[in-house]
Design a protein around this ligand. Structure first.
Ligand SMILES: [Zn+2]
Length: 470
């Protein structure tokens, strides 16, 4: 469209501005007109694999060596520029990014020129609504990795685009769309003319799971979820209701899928020439498991803080239930007092306190102890946030570990009964089937259970982010 005149309104009208070329901003037909204008781009940009989606253009360029790669990238950018110039379009280098998928050679970026400017390099970019990262390779998370990208061919892109766009086209059939469809022959990834407008077969959920399960490393988390004593629904509850930001959610899923660029991953999966020793303790292999829950350097502060956040949820619920405290505060803000008491020596709630007993017992400092001398009841509560694989063992160990203390306290306070209650949730939020039963022994609501899970997975995400500087 040429020679239009525009006028803009906020509270007053602007003066008239001559619009020499372009489609009207916000016009219903504008996107289609633009697509009609640029759909032959792929006939001109012959290097690499170019995908157009609305006004976004992405090029995937690969080569056997760096020299060839950079040369191809430059050629492709030149071709793109010529096409745009011929069609009165302007390229904006500052709105473009270059993501380089690294092989063994690192820290070397080509200078690719677009319309007189160098394209900035980035670690990730958005591609057809998916995040593409230079160092990550996973199919089931929201991230597309290098392996997947290299496997994408024009058919896959068409499938993606079809799912996203054609559903809408089908819904709004109009004469105009039909004309566009007829004229849009083999140009562009959309290739509407040859698209059979029948329902697109989607992979079934079971097929997807089967594929996920089949992956040795990335399937490990699914195999944990499906193991006999794990509560699958509750282990994934945070995804439904925690309200965690999408980006953090994706990050946590990547941790669960073990596609985080730890030194171990760089060396053993990406086959890069780096040491796999942990950057903090320098003793063990820096796997994602090690960072999440196995590093001696992270134990005294980072793991303890995550553990305490989960414990605080339990402590506050008890304190409020016993009317020792009026309102529950967010766990990250509260500092439980070591001793809370009500009545003349009737009810005591202890936080991280050493218990004095007649006989010396080895484990005498559980996270929380509750003693009600009037009802002659007591609880020993100990919290743990172990790795996925250790949840079951930890529950059993906690029960055994505090049994001697339970016997002693029962005697000292002349209690009718005292129970040891382990509260165990994995670094990835995995819980056992008895998780819900906590609500029978402790004054917890489903909301408390969700909060504890949020504290655990967010804690893990923060630790990984901080440690690996991601
Ligand atoms: Zn370490």
């Amino acid at each position: 469209m040429t020679q239009r005149v525009g006028k803009w309104e906020r509270t007053v009208y602007s003066s008239e501005v001559s619009v020499v070329r372009g489609t009207p901003q916000g016009g219903v037909l504008s996107p289609s007109l633009l697509v009609g204008g640029v759909c032959d781009m792929l006939l001109y940009v012959l290097i690499g694999f170019t995908v157009n989606y609305a006004d976004d253009t992405s090029s995937l360029i690969s080569a056997a060596d760096y020299e060839q790669l950079y040369q191809n990238a430059r050629l492709s950018a030149d071709m793109l520029q010529h096409f745009c110039e011929a069609n009165f379009l302007v390229l904006n280098a500052s709105k473009s990014v270059l993501v380089q998928f690294r092989g063994r050679k690192q820290n070397e970026y080509p200078q690719i020129n677009l319309a007189g400017q160098i394209i900035p390099c980035a670690e990730q970019a958005k591609f057809l609504g998916l995040h593409v990262r230079q160092d990550i390779a996973s199919g089931m998370t929201k991230y597309l990795g290098m392996q997947q990208l290299l496997q994408i061919n024009s058919n896959d892109v068409r499938k993606l685009v079809e799912k996203k766009v054609l559903a809408r086209v089908r819904k709004n059939r109009s004469e105009f769309v039909e004309v566009i469809q007829e004229k849009n022959l083999a140009f562009g990834a959309l290739d509407l003319a040859s698209v059979d407008l029948v329902e697109f077969p989607l992979m079934s959920l079971e097929d997807r799971k089967q594929e996920w399960r089949g992956k040795e490393l990335h399937g490990r988390f699914l195999r944990v979820l499906e193991s006999q004593n794990v509560d699958k629904e509750w282990s994934t509850e945070w995804l439904r209701t925690s309200g965690i930001f999408g980006e953090t959610e994706g990050f946590i899923l990547s941790i669960q899928d073990e596609v985080i660029s730890t030194r171990g991953y760089q060396r053993h999966v990406m086959h890069q020439d780096v040491s796999d020793r942990c950057r903090l303790c320098r003793v063990q292999n820096e796997s994602i498991q090690h960072v999440c829950g196995g590093c001696s350097v992270l134990a005294p502060r980072e793991y303890l803080e995550r553990h305490n956040n989960v414990a605080k949820v339990v402590h506050q619920a008890l304190a409020k239930n016993l009317k020792l405290q009026e309102e529950e505060q967010p766990y990250y803000r509260c500092k439980p007092p070591q001793v809370m008491e009500a009545g003349a020596g009737g009810v005591r709630l202890l936080w991280d306190s050493e218990m004095v007993t007649d006989r010396a017992v080895e484990a005498n400092r559980p996270d929380i102890v509750f003693i009600d001398q009037r009802k002659k009841e007591g609880l020993i509560i100990d919290i743990a946030v172990p790795l996925d694989a250790n949840v079951e063992r930890t529950v059993v160990e906690k029960k055994r570990k505090y049994q001697p203390l339970a016997v002693d306290l029962k005697e000292i306070y002349n209690l009718r009964k005292i129970s040891v209650v382990p509260v165990v949730i994995s670094t990835n939020g995995v819980v056992l089937k008895e998780w819900k039963k906590l609500m029978e022994t402790l004054p917890l609501t489903t909301n408390h259970l969700k909060l504890m899970q949020k504290a655990a997975v967010l804690g893990t995400a923060n630790i990984v982010r901080k440690t690996l500087a991601l």
